[in-house]
Design a protein around this ligand. Structure first.
Ligand code: EPU
Length: 348
């Protein structure tokens, strides 16, 4: 375990927001998590578990301990003619894992290439793109509870995955440190090319997961800003979901509105379209702005403070609410200093 005092997190969040944490702790093993859970001093501090920092907006200095699990081992648990079961430690870089598995001809992660972040986020956030979600390949998640030190294996069903959702986002589970994720990948071809941008690949006589990865990288690079060049946290908002009545009302006014039908008479509307319709695509406001090619992404153009990002996000939320009566919800996780519980205070 490495403990750093008064640690600057600017380099460790892709939004590149300056923020000091009273402590930054690198957990390197399960034993480190258990040791920390028994530490009387750290139990009194607000705690925040951080992954790759690619979906995070830090608001103000963090007066507490920011934890990160850095183990990144990959282990084969089972293998037969049809599939392979991998256990991957949560600090492993996600895109690196996608490259390694697809290079071996394994199917399941190819549509999720070039998503920034780490394996832990695939279990918490249910990362998704181009018609696929990480929960489709997750078989189990392993965690240790910081409050009790108890180890737990969660089946995929117990994680209750939904659109960018898992049980680990609930406050009741905020102290589960995920240290590994088990993924079941297929050796048999399973291309998922229903997303409009990937349909051209259907014409190919043979297709490999690596070929899909190449295409996905190409699409992402053409639409999304590279956080190393233009700091950002990916999609800032989730795509909102409306009920049938609201949907019909909107379609009568905007017959060309893009949408995806969901079960139970619900409809998902692309937030990018809503933002474009309120005239905020590619708009810059001081140091922040929406990315011209994908307005769902808010970019930090010039060393912005987090409040500038929040103010701009609120401007978007209000404009969309006013025109469409739709509430946009951030996808990016916002962490406010002092708003986090300490382990010793849970349930009090
Ligand atoms: N659109 C516009 N104007 C634009 C861009 C898009 O109207 O400037 C509309 C178009 O109708 C387009 C639709 O929005 O068809 C969807 O756009 P896109 O395919 O780019 O995807 P998205 O719904 O905006 C989601 C994810 C992305 C993921 C893409 C690709 C969310 C919040 N975002 O965006 O994920 O890469 O699909 O599948 O679900 C992320 O989570 O950080 C992320 C980038």
């Amino acid at each position: 375990m490495q403990i750093y005092k008064g640690f600057e997190l600017k380099e460790l969040n892709t939004f590149s927001i300056a923020c000091k944490a009273s402590y930054y702790i690198e957990l390197e093993s399960k034993e480190d998590i258990q040791k920390l859970s028994q530490d009387e001093y750290f139990r009194t501090l607000p705690m925040m578990i951080k992954g790759g920092g690619s979906n995070l907006l830090l608001i103000g200095d963090f007066r507490g301990a920011v934890l990160h699990y850095s183990g990144d081992k990959v282990e084969v648990l089972e293998e037969d003619d049809n599939s392979i079961l991998l256990r991957v430690e949560s600090g492993k870089n996600w895109h690196q894992l996608v490259l390694e598995t697809t290079a071996k001809g394994l199917w399941g992660m190819e549509n999720l290439a070039l998503i920034p972040g780490e394996v832990g986020a695939s279990a918490v956030q249910n990362i998704g793109a181009y018609g696929a979600e990480s929960s489709q390949v997750i078989e189990a998640v392993h965690s240790i509870n910081l409050e009790t030190g108890a180890e737990r294996k969660w089946t995929m069903e117990e994680c209750i995955y939904g659109y960018r959702y898992s049980i680990f986002k609930e406050k009741a589970h905020q102290f589960e440190v995920i240290y590994a994720v088990d993924y079941r990948l297929s050796k048999l071809p399973k291309p998922d090319l229903h997303y409009a941008g990937l349909q051209a690949l259907r014409e190919l006589s043979s297709i490999t997961p690596q070929r899909i990865v190449e295409e996905v990288i190409c699409i992402r690079e053409s639409k999304l800003p590279d956080p190393n060049e233009l700091p950002n946290g990916g999609s800032f908002f989730m795509n909102p979901i409306v009920d049938k009545q609201h949907f019909i009302h909107l379609m009568l006014q905007y017959p060309d509105m893009p949408h995806y039908a969901l079960p139970e008479d619900k409809f998902k509307i692309p937030a990018a379209w809503l933002i474009e319709q309120v005239g905020l695509k590619g708009v810059r406001d001081g140091k922040v702005g929406t990315y011209p090619k994908q307005p769902l992404v808010i970019v930090n153009y010039d060393d912005a403070y987090s409040y500038e990002v929040v103010d701009f996000a609120n401007r978007i939320i209000e404009a969309v609410r006013e025109k469409f009566d739709i509430e946009l919800h951030p996808e990016v996780r916002m962490v406010r200093s002092g708003a986090q519980d300490s382990i010793g205070n849970i349930g009090k």
